[in-house]
Design a protein around this ligand. Sequence first.
Ligand code: SAH
Length: 195
Amino acid sequence: MFNASVGEIIWVLGIVAWYVIRYPFERRARRVQVARTARTLSDRIGLATAFFGLAIVPGFYLATGIPKAADYAPYPVAIILGTFTMLLGLWVFRRSHKELGRNWSITLEIREKHKLVSSGPYALVRHPMYTSFLLIALGQAFLLANWVAGLAGLAGFAILFFLRVNKEERMMLENFGPEYRDYMERTKRLIPYLY
Ligand code: SAH
């Protein structure tokens, strides 16, 4: 029981930190003109699913304990691993937001005077912000000793990522042409040197 609540508290702190990092970018994004949008139904579904898996399902679990049947005894080593992955995810999240700056959008959009960013974390992978979501979802899986609430984040992430990534790269290719093609040749998608 003690370990279960430690993991839960760390998860809540992680989610709060996540929002504190994102909020200023959301505010700024409202002021930057959008030149082109690819905000489609499938992208909305992806975003809603990710939110459901990374916030609603675990939040509901913490508030109600449902689904109780999916609880398991927590392992201290999982809490340590989860804390580490969550912190790493938050750090990558902050770094990639800073690097992307005014080019960031919650959905697929090209902003006025959009620049191709290929520095900082973007020098290693094309989608470091999605890498950070993967790390945060892994953190959730380690921190919450419940199969459903723990794994919901990874499921939500996977749905958003696979609904979006091809479209995002196509949109970037249409806009930046050879510059993005070169960039694709130099980088992996999500995990440095691997994928
Ligand atoms: N997929 C990236 C960015 C997510 S935010 C990541 O995971 O880090 C989504 C917006 O970022 C898209 O609307 C796109 O316009 C913009 N974007 C994606 N990659 C970019 C890059 N390398 N340079 C500039 N903007 C980029």
